[in-house]
Design a protein around this ligand. Structure first.
Ligand code: ATP
Ligand code: MG
Length: 429
């Protein structure tokens, strides 16, 4: 008999089916055994009656323990009392591998669960997260393909930084020092001269010194860059991307969202236009709320959280003071104190999900800004060349995949948005 998935068996809803998977839970009495089986698609309650089961099946049912792998065959019937609405009346159960005593039980500490992460990733909640994440990536790729962007493959090992030296990881590169990429942006900027619209999905590395719920040291970064794109078009594009991801996940992941406690209707409401304020307006709003923050200071988590109390959609905050933003951002022609940049903040206090800007196109302004930030011009010669040979207006953004997954899946910590999190204190398993 061919094995089918639990989801397909439930769709079929009747008749004899054969399944394979793992023992998710088990409960036994003298007369019958209940074995909840899980596979990648769902869980199903299987019942084995001692009186009617063949002897080997009963022996297997008595022996089986959590996380053992198994095959079962039997009749599937609707049953309102069963956890997922169906029950399998087992005719034959075979153990593929009898598991050792599974180390994960109820109420274990976060640290222990991270120690056994390679086993904990099988849990129902985390399995739901991986599925949502896979659909977030599918949605993003679908979006960029519709917009006629090319996916490109920038390097991870680099000789120069992008987001500031303090969070760079350095590595020994033969006799020299190299760095792990913090952003593909500078390389994407180079590639727009050949492909006009490009995007990349790469790991980015940040030696984040603080322990927060939204920083990993290795995360997946989705970055896009487009030639001839102005600031207004950039804002439009990033709203469309985030809305597309939310709509896509709401339609493709209903079952997973339910497991995670996220109502798909909340995601369906993430439609254009998103609210948009300037940094200066954000500071005024915070002052009205009685939060003291001088103009010129970067928004921290507490200020972002306070701001987001006013909004239930992602918020665009534009035009930050240039001193707190990167050298490649273009000055606002109508106010030279600020740059044409935008951070997108997720609702419900999940924090920044996108950083973006129109890029400076003038080689001399870039050289000046690099000097002011104490950077060595020699390291950036190749990048400055991009402004020497056919410089054009262009803009781009970077979205943190795990930040978006954390928000969509309502996760307490960003660690649960990636199977094997790397943080200040942890790089194994
Ligand atoms: P933050 O202020 O939250 O540290 P950032 O300003 O350093 O963010 P950018 O350099 O603009 O972030 O990076 C682009 C995007 O990458 C961010 O909007 C965020 O979604 C994501 N990101 C940045 N740092 C991290 C990190 N350490 N872990 C996970 N995602 C990150
Ligand atoms: Mg940062």
């Amino acid at each position: 008999m061919d094995y089918i998935s639990i989801a397909d068996a439930m769709k079929q809803g009747k008749g004899i089916v054969a399944l394979r998977g793992w023992c998710y839970r088990e409960r036994k009495s003298a007369a019958r055994a209940f074995v909840v089986v899980r596979d990648d698609t769902n869980i199903i309650q299987c019942v084995i009656e001692k009186a009617s089961a063949d002897p080997e099946t009963w022996v297997a049912a008595e022996k089986i323990c959590i996380e053992s792998s198994l095959t079962v065959q039997g009749e599937i019937v609707p049953d309102a009392r069963a956890p997922t609405g169906f029950e399998l009346r087992v005719r034959r159960l075979e153990i593929i591998h009898l598991a050792e005593r599974f180390p994960i039980t109820k109420d274990q500490s976060t640290e222990f669960l991270l120690d056994v992460r390679h086993l904990w990733i099988r849990s129902r909640e985390l399995t739901a997260v991986w599925k949502v994440k896979s659909q977030v990536l599918a949605a993003a790729r679908d979006f960029f393909s519709q917009k006629k962007y090319y996916e490109v493959t920038p390097p991870i090992i680099t000789g120069s930084s992008c987001e500031g030296g303090s969070t760079l990881f350095s590595i020994k590169y033969f006799e020299e020092k190299a760095f792990l990429s913090q952003s593909a942006q500078l390389y994407l900027e180079a590639m727009i001269y050949s492909l006009k619209r490009v995007y990349a999905l790469t790991p980015s590395f940040r030696a984040e010194p603080s322990k927060t719920n939204r920083h990993l040291t290795e995360y997946w970064h989705l970055e896009g860059e487009e030639a001839f794109m102005n600031f207004e078009q950039l804002l439009q594009l990033e709203q469309e991307l985030v809305s597309h991801i939310c709509q896509w996940v709401a339609t493709h992941c209903a079952q997973e969202l339910k497991v995670l406690g996220r109502n798909p209707e909340e995601l369906k409401k993430i439609t254009l236009p998103f609210p948009c304020i300037t940094y200066t307006e954000a500071i005024e709003l915070l002052h009205k709320d009685g939060i003291e923050i001088p103009w010129g200071k970067d928004l921290r988590t507490i200020e972002e959280e306070a701001l987001m109390k006013h909004y239930d959609k992602p918020l665009l905050v534009t035009r930050y003071p240039k001193e707190i933003k990167a050298f490649y951002m273009k000055d606002d022609p109508s106010d030279s104190r600020v740059v044409l940049c935008c951070d997108m903040l997720a609702p419900e206090g999940y924090g920044e999900i996108i950083g973006s800007s129109e890029r400076e196109t003038d080689v001399n302004i870039l050289i000046n800004k690099l000097k002011c930030q104490g950077e060595k011009i020699e390291h950036y010669q190749w990048y400055l060349d991009l402004r020497r040979y056919g410089s054009v207006q262009h803009s781009g953004f970077g979205l943190g995949i795990e930040r978006v997954v954390r928000w969509i899946c309502k996760l307490e910590s960003i660690r649960d948005a990636i199977p094997f999190p790397r943080t200040i204190k942890r790089m194994t398993p």
